[in-house]
Design a protein around this ligand. Structure first.
Ligand code: HEC
Length: 302
């Protein structure tokens, strides 16, 4: 009898913890699914859906310049997934990918021994690790990004941290991205604190701020596919899949945080620090939204 009671207690306990494990990402899953649904509708047939999603285009332009039948999971190439003229330009750039040297240099930095004989490779294991990041460290109570892990490995071994926008860090990150091509994004939300970090990231994405009193979502969700000045707006889904990227404007490989910093500042905000808590949580949210999509970096952008 006693055994039976203990057993049923145990069962209830296991059931309860399992239920809780699901609950931490329940809202995030809802958000992610809703986003996929939205983008599936939006890009399936831009001409037919013009009134709802693209009222500022002529039918002629939509017909001429937009691919049809684009699915949400195809959006991992940013605006090149749906906009024909941009894709053509991208294909030209890609004939001789300007980031190839950077990947080679990144590989050297990855394997190079520190003064103490260890290396980035020693800390990180192999280079095919992109989809282990970002993750929520339940002991440290914070989001850990790949760029942070690289720098922490250096500091732990007596080396100086790299600058976080471009240069050696972007190159190592580019090498890791290259080796990890095809990996599927699988960000987890392991506990309550992680759930809160996700919520803060989401709030930052959807909340209005800055001189323009605008939000990331206004441009990259509702606005995705539309034109702002000479640019076409890329969707939130897949925004993180190609990073780091070689930007023609930068003439070098740059990190995701460098890119987001630019957008955030252009909204009329005080510049955020790369690898700051807020940017890491924003990255956590954005990457969760792209769960199930493939990594395909590094890449080229205008
Ligand atoms: C006023 C519109 C606007 C707002 C607001 C805005 N962006 Fe952007 N963003 C752009 C434009 C234009 C580009 C360049 C074209 C593109 O790739 O979308 C861009 C590019 C990006 C890219 C690069 C995408 C890629 O495929 O390389 C990321 C990432 C990004 N934005 C994130 C953000 C985040 C995060 C926020 C909020 C903090 C934000 N943006 C706010 C207009 C905006």
């Amino acid at each position: 009898m006693l055994l039976k009671i203990v057993k049923s207690f145990l069962l209830a306990f296991v059931f309860f913890t399992a239920l809780n494990a699901v609950a931490y990402n329940a809202q995030a899953e809802k958000d992610r699914k809703a986003l996929h649904k939205y983008f599936n509708k939006k890009f399936k047939n831009p001409v037919r859906n013009a009134a709802k999603f693209f009222p500022h285009f002529s039918k002629k332009e939509l017909k001429r310049d937009f691919f049809r039948g684009v699915k949400s999971k195809d959006l991992y190439k940013g605006l090149y997934s749906f906009h024909k003229p941009s894709k053509e330009q991208y294909d030209d750039f890609n004939e001789f990918p300007p980031y190839e040297f950077a990947i080679d240099e990144g590989e050297k930095i990855f394997n190079k021994k520190f003064a103490n004989g260890k290396s980035l490779k020693t800390c990180l294991g192999g280079a095919k690790i992109k989809n282990k990041y970002p993750y929520f460290d339940t002991k440290r109570n914070e989001v850990i990004t790949i760029e942070q892990a690289i720098n922490e490995c250096r500091v732990k071994n007596g080396e100086k941290a790299f600058k976080t926008g471009k240069g050696p860090l972007a190159k190592v990150s580019g090498y890791i991205a290259f080796k990890s091509r095809g990996q599927v994004i699988k960000v987890k939300i392991p506990n309550k604190a992680a759930q809160k970090a996700y919520e803060r990231g989401k709030k930052m994405y959807y909340g209005k701020s800055g001189y323009l009193y605008n939000s990331c979502a206004a441009c990259h969700v509702q606005g995705a596919g539309n034109r702002v000045r000479t640019e076409f707006l890329s969707p939130l889904l897949g925004a993180v899949t190609n990073y780091p990227v070689y930007r023609i404007k930068w003439k070098s490989l740059g990190t995701l945080h460098r890119r987001i910093q630019g957008c955030h500042r252009d909204q009329g905000n005080v510049k955020l620090k790369r690898q700051s808590k807020r940017l890491k949580e924003l990255e956590y949210f954005m990457t969760y939204m792209s769960n199930g999509m493939k990594y395909d970096g590094p890449d080229i952008r205008k």
